[in-house]
Design a protein around this ligand. Sequence first.
Ligand code: NAD
Ligand code: TDX
Length: 339
Amino acid sequence: MKIIVTGGCGFIGSNFIHYVMHKHPSYHIVNIDKLTYAGNLENLKGVERKSTYRFIKADICNSIAMKKVFDHYRPHAVVNFAAESHVDRSISAPAVFVKTNVLGVSTLLNCSLEYSVQKFLHISTDEVYGSIQRGKFTEKSVLEPSSPYSASKAAADAMVLAYVKTYGLPALITRSSNNYGPFQFPEKFIPLVINNALKDKKIPLYGDGRNIRDWIYVEDNCEAIDHVLHKGRIGEIYNIGGQNERENIFVIRAILKSLRKPASLIAYVKDRPGHDRRYALSIAKIKRHIGWTPRTSFESGIKKTIHWYKSNTPWLRNTETGAYRSFYTKYYSKMGLSE
Ligand code: NAD
Ligand code: TDX
């Protein structure tokens, strides 16, 4: 099977590429990534020289570049991770979220139609449902996104489903809860807490710190995505939840305790505008149709994650100094290519 993975240099995309290359060694992966601030070639160290892997630096909004890639590689499937993914950035600069998350997706949908892709798996998020006080969101819940990020993801979901209905594109969608684990850029909550705590820096906690997220260890999400890619039904949406709901303050305390750092590092700050109070997903559908359930408890996942960040301080430092941005040049000279 030949798969185009977009956004494969980001957090979940890179974990997914490692997962697939290990689980299905005969599969060919073509990774398309624009290498925004969130794309890091260091996440794919060890994979780059494999004959079953290709990296292409390109923007999913560029229809000419996308057509060229689809024409050359003729993929069986597309798994679309590429996105602007950080809620705070979407609040201060929403335009690029509309561009990549909506226009970029429609470009990929057009190419997938033109080149008769057999499966288009779009990676979406639980944030499209908005906030829920009690109970859990099912795939049939109304979409009430709160941030420009989640609104752009909801618009993309609607485009994907419209392509299924109007053109018969064989597409489907996953909506996962908050991921954590190796290779997550330290602007996101869990790696930010670990990074700041390791450096004895204050940790900003928004509002009263009692917002709830349902945390899923990234490898569990990759396993679920792989199952949906192979067994999911066309036109369907699958929620992927970790079933580990935790208040933000609980998460910080757990990390500080594990790192033996004082609670005085916590700094309560002004709340995020439009901050969703609670996310919670029903995973009954994916259990029933696909037979998937998450494996990793929050306690074991956070232990593995803290261990990974402690053992990969150069990776963390490179994301902070910006040194990871030069990996592209190094990558090209290592592969004997010219830019
Ligand atoms: P990320 O920000 O770590 O990675 C995004 C990747 O996409 C980066 O490598 C970036 O360079 C690339 N990219 C951005 N714009 C691009 C463009 N125009 N063309 C090509 N590549 C581009 O994001 P992530 O956390 O790995 O999230 C991956 C996907 O999963 C996103 O679609 C996100 O909405 C979704 N998601 C994330 C979470 C989470 O907790 N992180 C939860 C649910 C869903
Ligand atoms: O410094 C912080 N302090 C803080 O209290 C940051 C960065 C976050 N928070 C809070 C806000 C949220 O309640 O922590 C929680 C998690 O924040 P983020 O890591 O920014 O994640 P969230 O906004 O929940 O969105 C994430 O999950 C769904 C991903 O970034 C999205 O891409 C995904 O779709």
